[in-house]
Design a protein around this ligand. Structure first.
Ligand SMILES: C[S@@+](CC[C@H](N)C(=O)[O-])C[C@H]1O[C@@H](n2cnc3c(N)ncnc32)[C@H](O)[C@@H]1O
Length: 291
């Protein structure tokens, strides 16, 4: 029989995609959802924390997994106009500029994150940044973009079909769209955890709930006394892909991205390292807007 997950003494709560794969422990979120009226504060409340966390070059996962995959799948060509939807503080933008794109439209609902992005790209004439809801029509959804990216935000928007429709509106016919998001099957906050099977010396992934969409409150930095919450919208993978397909975005590539992290040598290292190569952290898709 599998033994319960062991406790990590210096456990620090972090978002799941910042968490290393191999070590066992509690889920990276406050384990119980707040009771009573929902205290959704959105990303603006946590903008300072998030900006610091991501910094100029991205979090560890951004640098090693997410951004390389995004650029490889998007393959922006010089001169192209690219939309960065839910751009946050703009972590993807320097890579797009290095690729010599002709223009970047960065859109995010958080005024403070857009302010941070503006502080970075103020002098860059190719970058236009705006505060807007990705799920509603806006000046950015104008059919002028050759390509679009949505990085680590598919699970942050309340109405994914609406966002997919606006994405399609933003693209030219034949335009490319890349999304990278928490793997809907294996990385469900509060509902998916690592465990250790002592008999078989293997690390397993336990998934308690999957098939029903969930709104999961995330306490972003509980250790720092803030306790600000954002909402993670879990959707089964079929719902995610269908939202894009019904908007006329035909998925041509679906990749599952694994952690780059490896365990320190020790009695569990082999089992832990095997597990991180079996259970992906992120899902990446590339879709094309149908004519
Ligand atoms: C995890 S952050 C990712 C930001 C950035 N793409 C990155 O990789 O650092 C999620 C972002 O989605 C944005 N967001 C959430 N809901 C949104 C909405 N309805 N419209 C626009 N942006 C939204 C948040 O403000 C936040 O910046």
């Amino acid at each position: 029989m599998p033994t319960p997950p062991r406790k990590r003494p210096n456990y620090q709560a972090k978002k799941a995609w910042q968490r290393p794969g191999p070590p066992q422990g509690k889920p990276p979120f406050k384990s119980s959802a707040p009771r009573g009226p929902k205290k959704e504060q959105g990303w603006d409340q946590v903008a300072g924390w998030y900006d610091k966390l991501v910094g100029e070059r991205g979090s560890d996962y951004h640098r090693n997994v997410i951004l390389p995959a995004a650029m490889r799948l998007l393959a922006p060509a010089p001169g192209e106009k690219v939309l960065d939807l839910c751009c946050g503080q703009g972590v993807l933008i320097p890579l797009l500029l290095e690729a010599k794109v002709g223009g970047v439209t960065g859109v995010d609902a958080s005024p403070r994150l857009i302010e941070s992005a503006k502080a970075r790209f103020d002098r860059e004439k190719r970058v236009e940044l705006m505060v807007a809801d990705a799920c509603a029509p806006g000046p950015w959804a104008d059919g002028s973009h050759d390509a679009a990216a949505c990085i680590m935000a598919v699970h942050d928007v309340p109405d994914l079909p609406a966002m997919a429709r606006q994405l399609a509106n933003a693209l030219k016919p034949g335009g490319r769209f890349v999304a990278i998001f928490m793997h809907p099957c294996f990385r469900i906050p509060q509902q998916a955890h690592w465990g250790w099977d002592e008999g078989r010396k293997l690390q397993f992934r336990r998934v308690d709930r999957y098939g029903v969409p969930q709104e999961i409150p995330i306490v972003t930095h509980p250790g720092q006394g803030g306790g600000d919450t954002t909402t993670f919208y879990h959707r089964p993978v079929g719902q995610v892909l269908t939202a894009f397909g019904q908007a006329g975005l035909a998925v041509e590539v679906c990749e599952e991205l694994f952690s780059h992290r490896r365990s320190q040598p020790g009695p569990r290292a082999k089992g832990e390292n095997r597990a991180v190569q079996e259970f992906p952290v992120f899902m990446a898709i590339r879709a094309v807007k149908l004519p």
